[in-house]
Write a protein that binds this ligand. Sequence first.
Ligand code: ATR
Length: 279
Amino acid sequence: MISGKTKITGIFGDPIEHTLSPLLHNSAFRELGLDYCYIPFLVKAERLKEAVEAIRALNLIGVNITVPHKEAVIPYLDEIKEEAKYIEAVNTILNSNGKLIGFNTDVYGFINSIFEEGVTVKGSNILLLGAGGAAKAVAFGILKEGGNLFLFNRTLSKAYKLKETFQKLGSIEIIKKITPDIMRNFQIVVNATSLGLRGNDPMPLEPTLLSRDHVYIDLIYNETPLLKEAKKFGCKTIDGSGMLIWQAAKAFEIWTGKAAPLQMMKKIFKEKKTIDKNI
Ligand code: ATR
């Protein structure tokens, strides 16, 4: 029940109708008996500044930021956390007594989702495919945790740009061409390209390059052809659903000061995925 005391959070994006975040957060608030609610806001690019000002004006606790505003929102905030500065993207804002603080909880989401699967990052050689927004969150997490990063991207100049910014955090090497020989150096392969989002996408790696010695991680939360193929080799695979839950959990913690009910959020997400598949 919404009352005069209910604390309001939400999400700004365009489009917004497919977001799963209201389901996750509102279920989590209810589970812990917190008087909070989470609302989707359709925010057009040309009104983003006004929408951010409204966080203060309406005394919202905070919001998530999604496509296409994650980068554009940065100039309107009062403080940007280190990870969000590196990634040049904010996905969570906290309204701290009128001061708007920008976070990127995808980093935390990625790292926790692979730690809970028993993946070791420190000292591992990790091949990262992609150099866009999602890849930057992965790169930050891996380097902060002491992994050795090997970066491959279709557009080489973007890979070099990422290296230039991130190399102060740790070890990054650019891979210009992926060969079976090079693949033998890696323990972990992460797909942070958008390949696999659409049913007829090609795989981000030739199937002949796959090996049973690798762990395969995909940021896409449905099982992609890459993960399906990797499973045939008996490899450990991790899809992006854990990252989605953990990034939401971190935003929840930032807004409420409480640990999120993770198991419940995972269950809700799994049920929703099953329902959507059956429609
Ligand atoms: P996101 O925010 O999801 O990371 P993005 O910033 O647009 O999205 O990045 C998409 C990534 O997928 C990029 O690394 C992109 O490669 P380019 O930098 O060469 O564009 C990669 N990608 C998208 N389509 C691709 C394709 N058909 N083949 C290879 N890589 C692709």
